[in-house]
Design a binder for this molecule. Structure first.
Ligand SMILES: Cc1cc2nc3c(=O)[nH]c(=O)nc-3n(C[C@H](O)[C@H](O)[C@H](O)COP(=O)(O)OP(=O)(O)OC[C@H]3O[C@@H](n4cnc5c(N)ncnc54)[C@H](O)[C@@H]3O)c2cc1C
Length: 348
């Protein structure tokens, strides 16, 4: 059984369903729930929707989505967003669901930002787990995290008086270099070679800023952090010429993301090798009212494919409807012929 957490004194968002994870399967769940008049809030630790498709392979073609002979990861995410538009789901991006507990016949969910939900149903569509930034191998970096080492930016104004070191050569490093350059006291981009994986126009802009003397580019590696009590005052950068100590009051390393199960392990659900076992009739977990769909679940014959997740979402929605509207029957209808469904879709 799940633990009971203390009351938060109100302020919770009341909803029918909270979907944990805005990957392709979480997105399609909005559609299937919406057809049954079930309202959803989606939460994802990423600052964008689309899960693995958008984060790991946005430009790669997918060839096995029924009816779409070829679609890239990002296009699929965009098309799903278009398809679920009529249902007005609310998105909470850049937030991770940390706490999940039962309170009577509802569930309380709390994010790492303190957003609280009270919901009748929970749908875990968490894929391979939360996307988590890779930590650079620097001694003592943990003590600086959250004070002067950051893996994302919540408020740019917080960097106004900072000497910022940005580390990396991909789009995130370049985007934040360009965004923070006009705001921060100084910006230095550090990359181990003079070759960037990011978008060519961002590379060009960055090089222009360097040429104009508005920021620095250092080809090398950060090898040590210096400061006190989590507050950075300098970093050591190793270059071809040797080691250099550079003033720095904030550092942002962008070394990519890995997927970690994260807080799901603490919610008291049955787990099998970091996956959540479900039945194949409703895709419900060991806890009534909590469902698991997409890559996060396991059952005999499971295939970790997007199309399997879509099927699971459809069957989950039928059972979720019973928790939201107890005693009310679901009438089976086709979208092609039901005027009721077409009205919900805004096509009639
Ligand atoms: C390179 C590559 C190619 C692939 N090609 C194909 C293909 O051709 N065809 C195919 O069918 N499949 C393919 N896949 C697999 C496919 O991408 C996955 O099956 C699919 O993304 C699973 O969708 P999902 O919504 O279940 O999970 P995900 O896409 O993993 O999304 C889960 C989301 O949940 C979020 N999350 C997790 N925990 C929390 C939390 N506690 N709080 C907030 N957010 C949380 C994560 O940040 C993530 O964004 C491929 C995968 C890869 C890596």
């Amino acid at each position: 059984m799940l633990d009971k957490t203390p009351e938060n004194g109100g302020g919770a968002i009341e909803t029918d369903v909270v979907i944990i994870g805005a990957g392709p399967v979480g997105l399609f769940a909005v559609f299937e729930l919406g057809l049954l008049d079930v309202k959803a809030h989606l939460v994802d630790i990423l600052d964008k929707v689309g899960g693995q498709c958008a984060e790991l392979y946005p430009e790669k073609p997918i060839y096995d989505i029924p009816g779409l002979p070829v679609v890239t990861g990002q296009e699929l995410a965009d098309q799903l967003m278009e398809q679920i538009k009529p249902f007005g789901a609310t998105f909470h991006l850049g937030e991770r669901i940390d706490g999940l507990s039962r309170e009577g016949d509802r569930f309380r969910l709390v994010t790492d930002q303190g957003t609280t939900f009270m919901t009748k149903v929970v749908v875990i569509a968490a894929g391979g787990g939360s996307f988590t930034p890779k930590r650079p191998p620097l001694e003592g970096i943990e003590t600086y995290e959250g004070k002067s080492v950051f893996y994302s930016v919540r408020k740019m104004a917080e960097f106004m008086d900072k000497d910022v070191i940005i580390v990396g050569g991909g789009d995130s490093a370049l985007d934040w270099t360009l965004n923070l350059q006009p705001v921060a006291k100084s910006v230095t981009l550090v990359h181990r070679r003079d070759d960037f994986r990011g978008a060519p126009h961002s590379v060009e802009k960055m090089r222009q800023l360097v040429a104009d003397g508005k920021m620095k580019l250092v080809i090398g590696q950060v090898t040590a952090l210096h400061g006190n009590d989590g507050w950075l005052d300098a970093v050591t950068i190793k270059t071809k010429e040797g080691e250099e100590r550079v003033a720095a009051t904030a550092m942002m390393p962008f070394f990519g993301l890995t997927m970690k199960l994260g807080p799901i392990a603490d919610w008291g659900l049955n787990l099998e090798e970091n996956l959540i076992p479900v039945d194949t009739e409703k895709f419900e977990t060991s806890e009534p009212g909590i469902f698991a769909i997409g890559d996060i679940n396991t059952y005999p014959g499971k295939l970790k494919l997007i199309l399997s997740g879509f099927h699971e979402a459809a069957l989950m929605a039928q059972k979720a409807h019973q928790y939201v509207y107890p005693g009310k029957k679901v009438l089976f209808q086709y979208t092609t012929s039901s005027s009721n469904l077409q009205k919900k879709l805004g096509v009639r």
